[in-house]
Design a protein around this ligand. Structure first.
Ligand SMILES: Nc1ncnc2c1ncn2[C@@H]1O[C@H](COP(=O)(O)OP(=O)(O)O)[C@@H](O)[C@H]1O
Ligand SMILES: [Mg+2]
Length: 349
């Protein structure tokens, strides 16, 4: 027994530095076109200048959450709705078209897993950058060209003039991702969303791209929402972590709290999949079982069928509850108060 006692919280998490909040999301839900929710009343905040990681296996609703922040969930996929969505204190849950254009790619930029898909194959990198810059900022063409070249240089591209004149297919995956990072940052956004930004890249360049992304974010004082299925990606980069499972946030904590003692068995199970530092590299481990699809979520705790700690009581709906007054730490597991999950794996045997 640890003696930690949960303190129920209402929708808003107390925060003494609320003036530093850049984005505040309250009760965001995404319904698929079938009417079934795929993201279920998600609430979180991003502070200015912080790197917040959103972590969970594939199919948990991370990408739909991110797209919702830009009102970019494709209509044929579904519809997002939030009780409130505030950017720098201003409500943007239902912005007029002109404001939405200013937000998308201006105040909030997003980069994706596949950098080639983010670039138009019919135009050179330079033409795309110049057009994006001029659609958001009052720049002459020559000024926009200069700004694009310096953004490419800042993104670690040595031959920035060649890359500027290249079509996406003429570049390596790593160069393409550097170019999309340059494109995303060139308009001076306040928030950068990076959705699995290195998953499609060679292992050798993954680390470089992550370091670049987070380094540029820090240098420019940007808030970064880093989305990944792999906790090891966030290990040295994020300030805070949100763990997502089956459409819900199940844990929210500072990075070091996650690695020193996860509160939710799902977080524990993700940690157990990380390779041990003293072991030779092996096939990546995975949690037994699969994430239930939207519409097939079990009642009560959605991780219950895969959880080694499941017990009578887990079939009841679990609230996201606060642990400790200071850190804003949250977990959605009634057993977190009484069980030390750090000893053994949280995944079912
Ligand atoms: N384009 C789509 N068409 C149909 N269903 C989708 C689509 N995108 C997402 N979904 C549904 O929403 C769930 C969550 O998707 P997503 O947000 O992409 O998860 P993640 O990014 O965590 O892998 C998926 O498992 C799927 O059931
Ligand atoms: Mg995704």
């Amino acid at each position: 027994m640890t003696g930690r006692q949960p303190e129920p919280v209402s929708g808003k998490v107390s925060d003494r530095t609320s003036e530093n909040i850049l984005l505040e999301v309250t009760d965001l839900t995404v319904r698929l076109s079938s009417g079934v929710p795929a993201v279920d009343r998600v609430s979180f905040r991003i502070r200015r200048g912080e790197c917040l990681a959103l972590v969970g296996e594939s199919g948990c609703g991370k990408t739909l959450t991110a797209l919702s922040l830009l009102h970019s969930v494709p209509v044929e996929v579904g519809e997002s709705r939030a009780a409130s969505l505030k950017l720098a204190g201003r409500e943007i849950s239902n912005p007029p078209g002109s404001e939405l254009r200013e937000i998308r790619g201006g105040r909030i930029s997003m980069i994706f897993q596949d950098p080639r898909a983010a670039l138009d194959p019919l135009f050179t990198v330079g033409d795309q950058m110049v057009e994006t810059l001029r659609s958001h900022l009052p720049l002459s063409r020559s000024r926009a060209v200069q700004q694009a070249l310096s953004a490419l240089e800042e993104a670690g591209i040595a031959e920035c003039r060649r890359v500027f004149r290249s079509y996406p297919h003429q570049l390596s995956g790593g160069q393409c991702q550097r170019a999309t990072i340059a494109l995303a940052l060139s308009t001076g956004p306040e928030l950068l969303i990076a959705d699995e930004p290195t998953t499609a890249l060679d292992v050798t360049v993954q680390r470089q791209i992550l370091d670049l992304l987070i380094g540029l974010g820090r240098k420019k004082g940007l808030a970064v929402l880093l989305i990944t299925h792999n906790l090891s990606v966030v290990a040295q980069l994020a300030d805070r972590v949100l763990i997502m499972y089956a459409g819900q946030i199940v844990e929210s904590a500072q990075l070091e709290e996650i690695f020193s003692g996860a509160l939710h068995p799902y977080t524990r199970a993700l940690l157990d999949c990380l390779p041990a530092l003293d072991q030779p590299p092996a096939e990546p481990a995975s949690i037994p079982g699969t994430v239930p699809q939207p519409g097939e979520w079990p009642s009560g705790c959605r991780f219950r069928p895969r959880c080694a700690f499941a017990a009578p009581g887990c079939e009841k709906e679990q609230a996201l509850e606060a642990f400790g007054r200071e850190s804003g730490r949250l977990a959605r597991c009634w057993r977190s108060a009484g069980i030390d999950f750090t000893g053994s794996g949280g995944g079912a045997p």
